[in-house]
Write a protein that binds this ligand. Structure first.
Ligand code: ADP
Ligand code: MG
Length: 320
């Protein structure tokens, strides 16, 4: 019996790629493309193989496929399909049209408590899902929180960039015999004591190399869900004040930020003009997330039950 030959589908055969990229990332570009048959827009993350040594890609692919297999989440940007062609990997993702929260913060400054509470509730909900399926995002920051629409009334959060994600439990077979540090682990502590990632959203225990040595932990130690909760505390601080808690005027170097976090220098939170307009409930939530001790931080589930996150105590006016 003869079989009809099928031409292998390629990115270009299925999608029309726009010449102007959507974003520039650490490893490659994110392209805008259009499905040739349906006309639907998609985002395509293009990752040069040379930068990944197959590990980063594996990591982001694994995470996105794991999320998809678990049913996905409305606040996580979904993976549609992937291609491997020549020197590149391509991840075809849902197109998120409202831009980064980072740009929104730059353009409009701080959010009102009510708006921030709604957006942060969406992030916490996505994190509860991720942590529940044994996944830590590992790189939460306003650049990786996208908004679905430019209209703030309709915009919902879509988390992107699972390039640093780690599996914390389950998937035992896949993790078995995998003694070497994953790409994400390597990217956190690169070499002896330099942190390759931006430390601005890293909790102290990850930055604190001396402490890790003392506890006998490997420098590329795995991260756990409390890592994301710290980062979300930092993000919430920025959303409500418009400034970074360890870089108030935006001039600090990575080293200076890292030094503040490692030396447990408390950010201005109570009795500070920066936060004078905030409700006590909002301040206390930030405190409960930005705990120096990882075990003391709220979990994503606990956070969803916090009265401020539930919208009960968040102030409605924009006063920042
Ligand atoms: P990197 O790991 O290199 O930081 P990201 O996945 O964060 O790559 O993508 C880089 C940037 O591209 C994002 O910060 C965002 O501006 C844009 N981007 C990423 N995914 C999408 C998407 N699905 N829709 C629209 N823009 C996106
Ligand atoms: Mg990113």
């Amino acid at each position: 019996r003869m079989k009809k030959t099928q031409t292998r589908e390629t990115l270009e055969s299925k999608y029309m790629v726009d010449p102007n990229p959507l974003g520039d990332g650490a490893f490659g570009e994110v392209l805008l493309a259009r499905h040739r048959k349906t006309g639907e827009g998609v985002a395509v993350k293009k990752i040069p193989k040379q930068f990944t040594s197959d590990m980063n890609f594996q990591c982001e692919m694994d995470a996105l496929m794991h999320i998809r297999a678990q049913g996905g989440h409305p606040n996580i940007c979904a993976l549609r399909e992937n291609f491997e062609e020549g020197e590149y990997y391509y991840l075809v993702l849902d197109l998120v049209g409202g831009g980064e929260m980072f740009d929104h913060l730059c353009a409009n400054g701080a959010y009102s408590e009510a708006d921030a509470a709604r957006l942060v509730r969406e992030v916490a909900s996505a994190l509860a899902f991720c942590h529940g399926i044994g996944l830590v995002h590992g790189d939460l920051k306003p650049e990786n929180l996208m908004l679905s629409s430019e209209n703030p009334l309709h915009a919902v959060i879509k988390i992107v960039d699972f390039g640093c994600a780690q599996v914390t439990k389950g998937d035992q077979e896949r993790m078995e015999g995998q003694d070497a540090p994953t790409a994400a682990e390597q990217s956190i502590v690169h070499g002896d004591n330099t942190i390759a990632n931006t430390p601005a959203y890293c909790p102290p225990e990850i930055l604190d190399v001396e402490l890790r040595k003392k506890r006998g932990l490997a420098l590329y130690n795995k991260i756990d869900p409390s890592f994301d909760m710290w980062a979300l505390g930092v993000i919430l601080y920025i959303m409500l004040t418009g400034v970074h808690p360890f870089d108030l005027d935006g001039t600090a170097t990575d080293d200076e930020v890292e030094q503040k976090i490692v030396s447990r220098q408390a950010p201005p939170l109570r009795n500070s003009p920066l936060t004078a307009h905030l409700s006590d409930s909002a301040i206390s939530l930030i405190e409960q997330l930005m705990q120096w001790e990882p075990e003391a931080r709220l979990t994503a589930h606990q956070m969803l039950e916090h009265p401020w996150v539930m919208g009960e105590t968040a102030l409605t006016g924009k006063m920042a």
